[in-house]
Design a protein around this ligand. Structure first.
Ligand SMILES: [Zn+2]
Length: 248
């Protein structure tokens, strides 16, 4: 049940038939895990909290550095040297009282480091393929969607992994076939508004998934040339992560 303040705050979203009161209540009750408070994580977290996602757990091990500031819009010069997850949680709490953010400072190296809490959705906003594989393993075990977001230069990729479904691919089905573009950020560079655009498309997909809408396949965007592409990612029967599901 929304309070009078919430009815006013979210009134423009409530008008949307895709959300309505029921959808907004679902967002306020949602629990998601975001790993990575970088160029994708920062705008994603801003807009998820602004939209009224109720509970966010954020994992990040980095401290804020000067070269982060152009695209990691939760941070400013005063935050340099501080842990990103702690700064992000504080700033989001100051701006969006309906969202509780639990910050975990640490590098995700093993699945056992993930909180046992129930999550409706996992988001891989890291720049490390190894963290993505751990999240994929968790998503398969818990049978919840994993949203993968990767941006480099002026390009972005968005993929919803649902390998626990008999006919849907997991993140390994996708990553196993080629290189992960995220590895090239330091050498190839990244344009701030480009990665921001990808992050906000990701935030929209989080909301859609929480409301029971689905997105099949891989979405690619070249923000410089304004090209987009949708590709099917087939479930790999020999996938080392979800293959056993396909053989059942
Ligand atoms: Zn798979």
């Amino acid at each position: 049940m929304l309070s009078d303040e919430q009815l006013l705050r979210y009134s423009r979203q409530l008008v949307l038939p895709e959300l309505d009161l029921v959808g907004q209540e679902r967002l306020l009750g949602a629990r998601i895990l975001v790993v990575g408070a970088g160029g994708i994580g920062c705008p994603l977290l801003w807009y998820l909290a602004a939209s009224g996602i109720g509970h966010i757990t954020l994992i990040d091990h980095d401290v804020v550095e000067a070269h982060n500031l152009p695209r990691q819009v939760l941070f400013d010069d005063q935050d340099i040297g501080l842990f990103k997850s702690q700064v992000a949680a504080r700033k989001l709490a100051n701006h969006y009282p309906d969202t509780s953010v639990a910050a975990i400072c640490g590098e995700l190296r093993h699945i056992s480091e993930l909180p046992a809490t129930h999550f409706d959705l996992l988001v891989d906003a890291t720049d490390t393929p190894s963290a993505g594989r751990i999240l994929n393993e968790a998503a398969l075990q818990r049978e919840i969607p994993l949203l993968y977001l990767a941006g480099v230069a002026m390009e972005g990729r968005l993929f919803v992994a649902q390998g626990y479904e008999r006919d849907k691919a997991c993140l390994e089905c996708y990553l196993g076939k080629g290189s992960d573009p995220r590895a090239g950020c330091a050498t190839l560079g990244v344009l701030a508004p480009s990665v921001g655009a990808l992050a906000l498309l990701g935030a929209t997909q989080v909301i859609r998934l929480l409301l029971g809408e689905n997105l099949d396949g891989l979405f690619c965007i070249d923000t410089w040339r304004f090209n987009t592409l949708r590709l099917q990612v087939r479930k790999d029967a020999n996938c080392t992560a979800c293959g056993f599901v396909a053989k059942e």
